[in-house]
Design a protein around this ligand. Sequence first.
Ligand code: SF4
Length: 351
Amino acid sequence: MAVNNTNMVSLFGQSLHQLQELCQEEGFPKYTAKQICDWIYHKRVNDINAMTNLSLKTRARLNEMACVGRNTPVDCQTSCDGTKKYLFAIRRQKEGKETTDYIESVFIPDGERATLCVSCQMGCRMGCRFCVTGKQGFKGSLSSGEILNQIFSIPESEQLTNIVFMGMGEPLDNYEAIKQTLEVLTAEWGLGWSPRRLTVSTVGITPVLKRLLDECQCHIAVSLHNAFPDQRASMMPMQKKYPLHEVIELLKKYNWYGQRRISFEYIMFEGINDDLGHAAELARLLHGLNCRVNLIRFHASPEVPYRSSGERTMTTFRDYLDHQGITCTIRASRGEDIMAACGLLAGKLKG
Ligand code: SF4
């Protein structure tokens, strides 16, 4: 059970089962856990006193030992294309002192779709060479409440149609919190969303990916970026521990038709991974897998010595893959003026 800085239990982010255990420990009526879920996830209240169908005695006891635990963003930058980057403060007690770190979420409106890209860790342990977050090191993982808070506490929360776990951190390096977040988002006592509205991204931590495939029905996006093992290892150190071909073999064991969507993210770096030799190796690797490839322009950052491939190179790469029977799209660049690239977040954390 997540406990916040004041040693209060945070109700937000808890599963129905966890709340049932808490209610049982406190001697509350059995149905109280479901009522709390209704208040925090359906009615979206952030105050125990607002839970008016709980007895005064139950509310008084809850107020002594718990809080809902939602927090609004501390800052927001808006791009000229309508993309918004929200900054959330994450407070922790370390050696008796309160520390504050910041994480980002990116809201991307696009016609009838409204997607939020959420963070799951403060920093990241994966160390991808092209990523500002990876360069900042790792400061800790977020709880399910802190991940869900990003979804529930932005002004556009009720407009959201899709969530992508592609912000700061590697979701499968924080699997229990991600799994619980997915449960809250899809359970009838939570938001009741279809898992098809949720996409979890990963560099490909094979044993945990297998658990995700077995336990959740959400879409999967693998950060691929280079199909040649040695070159990928020089960009993404985790390739050495979890080789891409093992990730692909695992994915091929699952039947994707009519089920979840599997996609591969491929950021295009000028002169690094963008020639037709790379496209041919990628096509060879993905042969036989029902999937799509998203080509992504690199958002340049002063901290990273890479440049994006040009328009013509990307189009040629896409056409080659299309010709090989692989569905491939060039993802529209969003929020470049506020450095909002999902998976490449952070950059200028304040505080
Ligand atoms: Fe971590 Fe993603 Fe950045 Fe790699 S790209 S270091 S997995 S946040």
